[in-house]
Design a protein around this ligand. Structure first.
Ligand code: AMP
Ligand code: MN
Ligand code: MN
Ligand code: MN
Length: 301
């Protein structure tokens, strides 16, 4: 395994063999979507973990990026922030997440897509609320909305409400019993979303000058045959790479994902998908790209 370093990388990343955390994390969330930390607290945490390069990739919103960058400038925090976003898309009945990096945040087409995705989120949240009301939880929408504040409202906000009010014993159970979709089975409060297509997400990220990677390919609950179909489609849409390293992935899964990158000439990304401090994963932890991967940041220079 090579430490994260490449001559093409536009930032100076020092090689350190004793370093237990990776020094780059290209997938993280703040309370501008379903993360629990403010952008400022996330930056402080990243610095404590000695991360040099961080991307904030909230769900269908760019709101955290400016707040974090202002904080970095004011406090002179030694970190490079990469613009990021995680866009929800619909493909063959599955919800596929596309992560954009290093784009112009003021691009009109990107802002237009974000606005449409926000409208889709709001509409879906209202319908989820109606379904949960029928299940006996009349205040679920109001409570989830309050929890999301001005941020992007997600199913995670509903799951938190159901958990905190004692209707389910874990957040996962909220998905299993009410909010989720597994194969053809949809739960009581599942609402088919109206996300954009993979092609639209990739196109708009490119128009804004960024690169587009498929987030966490292992998490879509797809058979090998369907995962390959998805990767072929993503490649046809001009997607740039796959997120092949996440903290929870074992070496075999990383190898399989690397093989897809090599087979389809795709770049590789790495990120923790950090939402909250927890026992199993953290910012920048266990994120080293395997040898042979072409890092997505080589596209940025
Ligand atoms: P949304 O983007 O509104 O569909 O919300 C999905 C978010 O809920 C994901 O980004 C995860 O952070 C969180 N989540 C937690 N557990 C699950 C699960 N079992 N299925 C789907 N999403 C989950
Ligand atoms: Mn999330
Ligand atoms: Mn995701
Ligand atoms: Mn994510």
């Amino acid at each position: 395994m090579a430490l994260l370093s490449t001559t093409d990388f536009p930032f100076v990343i020092e090689k350190r063999d004793d370093f237990s955390h990776g020094r780059i994390d290209l997938h993280s969330h703040t309370h501008c979507s379903d993360g629990s930390l403010s952008p400022q607290t996330l930056i402080d945490r990243a610095v404590n973990y000695q991360i040099d390069v961080l991307a904030i990739t909230d769900h269908d919103t760019l709101a955290g990026i400016d707040i974090a960058q202002r904080y970095i400038n004011e406090q002179k925090v030694p970190i490079t922030l990469i613009s990021g976003v995680e866009i929800s898309t619909a493909w063959q009945g599955f919800e596929i997440h596309i992560v954009g990096h290093n784009f112009d945040q003021n691009n009109d087409q990107l802002l237009q897509l974000i606005t449409e995705q926000q409208q889709a989120r709001e509409q879906r949240a209202i319908t989820i609320g109606e379904k949960l009301a029928q299940c006996g939880f009349p205040d679920a929408y109001d409570d989830a909305k309050k929890s999301a504040g001005k941020g992007s409202i997600t199913r995670a906000h509903f799951a938190k409400v159901l958990f905190q009010q004692g209707h389910v014993s874990t957040m996962q159970k909220a998905f299993d019993q009410y909010l989720g979709k597994k194969g053809r089975n949809t739960q009581k409060a599942y609402v088919k979303p109206t996300w954009c297509s993979i092609e639209q997400a990739v196109d708009v990220i490119h128009v804004a000058g960024g690169s587009a990677v498929m987030a966490h390919p292992i998490r879509y609950d797809l058979s090998a045959k369907w995962l390959r179909r998805l990767i072929v489609h993503f490649k046809e849409c001009a997607g740039d790479g796959l997120e092949i390293v996440l903290p929870q992935m074992n070496p075999q899964q990383r190898q399989i994902m690397l093989n897809y990158c090599l087979e389809y000439d795709l770049h590789a990304s790495t990120g923790s998908d950090f939402h909250h401090p927890n026992k199993w994963s953290d910012l920048g932890k266990n994120l080293i790209l395997p040898d042979g991967a072409k890092p997505v940041w080589t596209l940025w220079s």
